[in-house]
Design a protein around this ligand. Structure first.
Ligand code: 5U1
Length: 713
């Protein structure tokens, strides 16, 4: 009965307000009264279950909800109220019964009706071709086989048995023959139907065993580890371990708190339904209401299979879950039967494995770097390890708290992850193999570059060196200034040299350099000095927005700087602005407003502006800049960039801002349309190889700066 039909014709025991049924039965209700109400309550409960099941399916399987969370909650609330009044109406497949039952002491063993197979591996194209040749040979001819290619999710395999449409057993793979009964935990996973949702008169198969992968999305894994760290609990090494750990909880309420997901990828057995191909099986699973990976594809040409595998290798970073490869299956079920199984591996399927992105290695030391803002960042010095084709020797440890909360010790074997273009980072230690020689790391209380005491501000995890004269900060400040103000020839190496020699003690000192400053410096011939000084001279006349961005105020990148330059005619005006005035500007939030005010409250920063003005640096907006784009916004117009690796002297964000503020476009992967691949240290091999294959020019940050310089004449 659709919602609302009861309204207006409610029997005396029901009160209906805006479609919500309030049951007036009380504890004092007589048995007769209860019995009178029961049929209608049962009908309503059945209707509610049906609706909730449908909305669950829309939300968790199709990812396309058609009602709001509040409306969904109202349906659930009504069903709960009804079931608490009439416990006899509770059915095992009721959506209210996902989390139930007491914690178990151990899991019951279950024998799988058919063994759960594992997969043989291929690591390159040659392996895949050899697999294809072997199966064609076994089939005794050169028939045209069709294949199904599916992402291989790094989760854990499970088997779900449904009898007359009702989930009866959910079991782990175990050794392939015998698994563990984790039904109570499986029931908490919302994308797994408790009852097969069919529409109209359709009947579910009398018995079906569905197989697939349970996984934890990457974002949920990271969140879970954050929570584990905050609670002082052990961390999970990867999403697979986290999914397995979450599913194998004796207390289902813990599993229910972890947002596990499911994709079905095979039918173990089905009664009363004939299927001819694997592709048909996937379609049938989908029709029965199971989530099937939308990236699965049926392909007839083996060369296309190879291309699709390759495509996934590059696209894996875009997936919301961890995939460790792709699975290729022969589509015809008759051919699968002919090919059979060797040991536990079917001949008709193979896993094409991606290179690992995570390895363990030894943590040799922790070194602390000082960023431009004075932020101290602990960096792991590692025993070199190859991860995804790149030798990793260093990885970030993010902040001091990160090291402490994960109890990362020097000498530990640590898990290091390098995914896509993310800077390699240490996930955590492998605690179980400690031998007692590991030493806790002691965070410095003084800046390693200048020796001044460090500071930690309220509710910030980061620790800062607040000494403006800190040489490490100065190097970062200068390189940032040079990058944003387009000073070609001034990178990190040069900044370190100038700071070490005492030639430059502030940004203003750059404008005080003369040919004599370079006297006796190796590698600085007349021409090089001339070029550098001209580049510094040219930087005196950059648009106001560039100058503001170059100051390196926390939270003020090129976009915010553009906004500020649109609203203020000069740095002096900006310097005089109150927090309230700044907050009134679109795109400037309270934190950024405060950081701007704080920046200009520092006497050294005010002095810097005064010095720059005196030295001839333009700190005012030109009339042609007014109210419009204030950067060299067309220098890179029409060009498409891909950025990879760690850029010297500039964060990824800054490089990307520089490109977009000059009219360039950014994309995530290299294609024929890419104009340049901007590569730093430790670039992604896939991107480099692809760029080489397609003839896309690979440039460094200095080439980019040169391009901007040439454009500005
Ligand atoms: N996508 C997918 N993953 N996966 C894992 N399909 C698939 N098939 C598997 C396994 C172990 O085994 C088949 C042989 C059923």
């Amino acid at each position: 009965m659709p919602q609302g039909e009861l309204e207006g014709c409610a029997p005396p025991h029901l009160l209906i307000i805006s479609g919500v049924v309030i049951y007036k039965i009380t504890i004092n209700t007589t048995l007769e009264e209860r019995m009178a109400v029961l049929p209608e309550a049962a009908e309503r409960a059945a209707w509610l279950r049906d609706r909730i099941r449908y909305h669950n399916y829309r939300y968790h399987v199709l990812d396309a909800p058609v009602i709001s969370d509040a409306e969904y909650d109202a349906l659930m609330q009504e069903l709960r109220a009804l079931e608490s009044q009439y416990p006899e109406l509770i059915t095992p497949d009721s959506p209210t019964q996902r989390v139930g039952g007491a914690a178990q002491e151990r899991f019951r063993k279950v024998r799988h009706s058919l063994p759960m197979l594992s997969l043989g591996n291929a690591f390159n194209e040659q392996d895949l071709r050899a697999w294809r040749d072997r199966i064609l040979r076994l089939l005794g001819g050169d028939e045209q086989l069709a294949y199904v290619v599916e992402p291989k999710i790094d989760g854990l395999a499970i088997s779900l048995t449904y009898v007359d449409g009702l989930l009866t057993v959910g079991a782990t793979r175990g050794d392939g023959e015998i698994g563990e009964d984790v039904t109570a935990n499986i029931r908490t996973i919302k994308s797994i139907p408790l009852r097969i949702p069919l529409s109209g008169d359709e009947q579910p198969p009398a018995r079906i065993e569905v197989r697939g992968e349970i996984y934890l999305p990457i974002a949920a894994f990271e969140e879970l580890n954050e929570r584990q760290a905050a609670a002082g609990e052990r961390l999970f090494a990867n999403p697979r371990n986290a999914a397995a750990g979450s599913l194998r909880q004796l207390d289902p309420t813990i599993t229910a708190s972890r947002p596990l997901r499911f994709f079905a990828y095979a039918i173990g057995l089905v009664e009363g339904k004939t299927l001819r191909t694997h592709w048909e099986s996937l379609g049938y699973l989908q029709q029965l209401g199971f989530p099937v990976n939308p990236d699965s594809r049926r392909i007839e040409d083996f060369e296309e299979v190879l291309a699709y595998c390759q495509e996934w290798m590059t696209k894996r970073d875009q997936l919301p879950y961890e995939a460790d490869g792709v699975v290729i299956k022969v589509d015809s079920l008759a051919r699968q039967a002919e090919l059979g199984v060797v040991g536990r591996e079917p001949r008709w399927a193979i896993a094409y494995k991606f290179p690992a992105r995570e390895k363990t290695t030894r943590l040799l030391d922790v070194k602390v770097n000082v960023g431009r803002t004075g932020k101290l960042i602990p960096n792991a010095v590692l025993e070199p390890v190859e991860i995804g084709g790149v030798i990793v020797k260093q990885a970030t440890l993010h902040n001091f708290d990160y090291v402490k909360s994960r109890d990362i010790r020097i000498g530990d074997r640590v898990i290091v992850k390098r995914a896509g273009d993310v800077i390699p980072y240490v996930v955590g230690p492998v605690v179980d193999i400690r031998d007692g020689n590991e030493q806790p790391w002691v965070a410095p209380t003084h800046c390693p570059a200048c020796g001044e005491p460090v500071e930690q501000f309220d509710d910030e995890v980061d620790v800062y060196c607040v000494n403006n004269a800190c040489p490490a900060q100065l190097v970062r400040t200068l390189t940032h200034w040079a990058a944003v103000m387009d000073i070609v020839g001034l990178g990190e190496k040069q900044a370190i040299l100038f700071v070490e020699r005492g030639m430059v003690r502030s940004i203003a000192d750059l404008y005080r350099l003369t040919p004599e400053s370079f006297f006796g410096m190796e590698g600085y011939a007349e021409k090089r000095i001339g070029n550098l000084l001209s580049a510094i001279e040219a930087s005196k006349d950059r648009p106001l927005a560039r100058l503001i961005a170059a100051l390196g105020i926390k939270g003020v990148g090129s976009v915010a700087a553009e906004e500020l330059a649109r609203n203020f005619r000069s740095v002096d005006e900006l310097m005089a602005a109150s927090k309230e005035q700044l907050e009134a500007i679109e795109g400037i939030g309270p934190t950024t407003a405060e950081s701007i005010v704080d920046f200009f409250a520092v006497p050294a920063n005010r002095q810097l502006i005064a010095d720059l003005k005196e030295l001839g640096v333009r700190t005012e907006r030109k009339p042609e800049e007014s109210g419009t784009q204030t950067s060299d916004s067309d220098a890179l117009k029409g060009l498409i960039f891909v950025v990879t690796g760690t850029l010297p002297g500039m964060t990824r964000e800054e490089a990307e801002q520089l490109i977009t503020s000059c009219g360039g476009k950014l994309t995530g992967s290299v294609s024929k349309k890419t104009s340049y691949l901007l590569a730093g240290d430790d670039p992604g091999t896939t991107k480099i190889n692809k760029a080489r294959d397609l003839g896309v020019p690979i440039i460094g940050i200095e080439d980019l700066q040169r391009m901007l310089q040439q454009h500005s004449g």
